[in-house]
Design a protein around this ligand. Structure first.
Ligand SMILES: [Zn+2]
Length: 415
């Protein structure tokens, strides 16, 4: 299959093949009047349309006319909890009436509610539900998604979730990166014995996850009254020794020092960071940890937003992700996320585009494979029905994606 995505107004390449930090995030690698050539799933050329005919014999190619439109890399959503049982619409309705997340937890809601439902539902049922969710991610232009376990906590259910991750990756167009997050919450049977739960994950679960190749990353909810810095360090160090990449839910509700820990252990990403200290943010920038910000969660919980502007101004690399999950953020709306990132976190549209593409890929260790339009990378691109890239944020909370291309093939077409 050889295709030319021909004669667009602009190609936003986000080129660099590495995470973009600080002022680098202002550069989207723009090519005016550009075309993209994809052969056998890989990008072989990107440049100005005027140069195309002297290089390629057009009649040998399938031509997709992009006149009046723009091309960007496909989006990478590097933080989701998309495999889960049940739903929590009643809790959401209670929150709208003023109940706090903590009050809902005390009434048996929260993560425990989803844990019960996820334990009950079969692997096949969870798989079918997850496939449908991925269909919807795809329509927003997302062709790579990270998916965490953490709604089982016990051995069987955590493994069930990770197996679903593997199956959806194999059987859906969207690529799925699997993360083991048994340390999402303390299960009832280990309340007050958090250290023993960490031991159990290290001794029993991680070896199985690694030997069966069920996850690429290990993640932990490092938070007051959940897992401490020391417990997080212990689990993460062991996961690293066993070859897993590291992620952390850091400094979301309390300033515990998760950002500093992420820098110390040179984790791939630290996520949330609403309360991260100045020093932690600077340490992360120095260590090359991607700051993954999740503004729809802050919006949904009416929290203060993470300091995206401050992180970039201090040389950090920012990715943005949906945090799609059944509780605090039942949304995977990329357009809403773009609106919140620009208006409330102070990012420019250029920074948002890098955050959603190359930096999302970098947060998953995939920056050499996807996330930008460069020779040799996967042909994962989007065609937007707008005349220039600024329209992507100017159309507030509107999906501008018209076509989604995965490895060179059109896998979604709105028109
Ligand atoms: Zn999360």
């Amino acid at each position: 299959m050889k295709t030319i995505f021909f004669n667009s107004n602009q190609v936003v390449t986000c080129r660099g093949s590495h995470s973009k930090k600080g002022s680098e995030m202002s550069d989207v690698g723009l090519v005016d009047n550009g075309s993209v050539v994809i052969e056998d799933g890989k990008i072989v050329w990107v440049g100005q349309t005027d140069d195309l005919e002297s290089i390629f014999d057009m009649k040998n190619y399938n031509i997709i006319d992009c006149k009046g439109k723009i091309i960007t890399p496909a989006y990478v959503d590097s933080h989701t909890h998309l495999v889960f049982g049940g739903n929590r619409e009643d809790e959401y309705a209670m929150r709208l009436k003023g109940a706090s997340y903590m009050e809902i937890m005390e009434m048996g809601g929260g993560i425990n509610n989803t844990v019960r439902a996820t334990r009950q539902e079969s692997e096949d049922f969870l798989y079918e539900k997850a496939l449908k969710r991925l269909d919807s991610f795809l329509r927003f232009g997302v062709t790579t998604v990270e998916s965490k376990s953490g709604y089982g906590l016990d051995f069987d259910t955590e493994i069930k979730q990770l197996k679903v991750n593997k199956r959806i990756d194999e059987n859906h167009i969207v690529d799925v990166v699997s993360t083991y997050m048994g340390a999402h919450s303390v299960p009832d049977e280990y309340k007050g014995k958090e250290d023993q739960y960490i031991d159990y994950m290290i001794d029993k679960v991680l070896p199985y996850v690694v030997s069966e190749e069920l996850a690429t990353f290990c993640d932990i909810f490092c938070e007051k009254n959940v897992f401490s810095i020391e417990q997080s360090r212990r689990l993460m160090l062991r996961a690293k020794e066993m070859g897993l990449g590291l992620k952390i839910h850091a400094d979301e509700i309390y300033r515990l020092g998760g950002a500093e820990l992420a820098a110390e252990l040179e984790m791939k990403s630290a996520d949330h960071l609403l309360k991260a200290s100045d020093q932690g943010i600077k340490d992360m920038a120095k260590s090359g940890v991607v700051a993954t910000l999740l503004p729809i969660t802050a919006f949904s919980l009416k929290e203060e937003y993470a300091r995206g502007r401050f992180i970039i101004d201090n040389g950090g690399a920012v990715a943005i992700a949906t945090d799609y999950n059944p509780g605090s953020c039942h949304s995977h709306s990329i357009p809403l996320m773009i609106a919140l990132s620009t208006i409330y976190m102070g990012l420019t549209i250029e920074e948002v585009l890098n955050a959603l593409t190359i930096n999302g890929a970098a947060a998953l260790g995939l920056e050499k494979i996807t996330g930008s339009i460069e020779k040799g990378k996967n042909g994962d691109i989007l065609i937007h029905d707008c005349p220039n890239y600024k329209h992507i944020s100017y159309n507030i909370s509107v999906n501008t994606v018209e076509k989604v291309i995965k490895k060179g093939e059109i896998v979604y077409n709105r028109v």
